[in-house]
Design a protein around this ligand. Structure first.
Ligand SMILES: [Zn+2]
Length: 171
């Protein structure tokens, strides 16, 4: 029996539901619109509550005097030894994605080749999703900063600085 597109859609829907429940539970535990107390991190997957304060993993490790770099099993520890050195926040996000992989792909106890390749493809897809999400978040930060700068220095602040630069260079 082949894996029909209907079955695939059901699998996708079940995954989305599981993910939503997981994030809602986290939100319930640490609060709505949570943000790290020390940095702009708002991704629920990287946040947690420590002694009553909401902190991201990176800041939590920094507070403890530890490195924020962790080793991530890119395609799952049972599929490949390949490790990626990444900040703890990114590790939290990529590990969260892995929770949605089919069990036979993630666990692959007998190291079968096809689930192993599937794991690699899922890992690459997750990584791309994450980069796209992060790009959006970073763009929003820039847009907020742009508005604040206009409010503080006027709507032509960027042009004024360019003029100042040119005047300094002409001296
Ligand atoms: Zn933080």
């Amino acid at each position: 029996m082949s894996f029909s597109s209907n079955q695939f859609m059901r699998f996708q829907k079940a995954n989305m539901l599981r993910r939503r429940i997981r994030l809602k539970r986290k939100e319930y535990r640490i609060g709505k619109d949570a943000k790290c107390e020390y940095c702009p991190e708002t991704d629920l997957r990287a946040l947690d509550k420590f002694d009553g304060a909401v902190l991201c993993r990176n800041c939590r490790l920094t507070q403890a005097g530890k490195s924020v770099i962790e080793r991530h099993h890119f395609s799952g520890r049972n599929n490949d030894e390949f490790l990626l050195a990444i900040p703890a926040n990114e590790h939290a996000v990529l590990s969260d994605y892995q929770q949605d992989w089919p069990e036979e792909t993630m666990k692959n106890p007998h190291r079968k080749i096809l689930p192993e390749i599937a794991a690699w493809l899922r890992a690459i897809g997750d990584f791309e999703k994450h980069v796209i999400e992060r790009s959006g978040t970073q763009a929003e930060r820039l847009e907020r900063l742009s508005k604040k700068l206009e409010k503080r220095f006027g709507s032509n602040w960027d042009k004024d600085i360019e003029i100042e630069d040119n005047e300094e260079n002409d001296k």
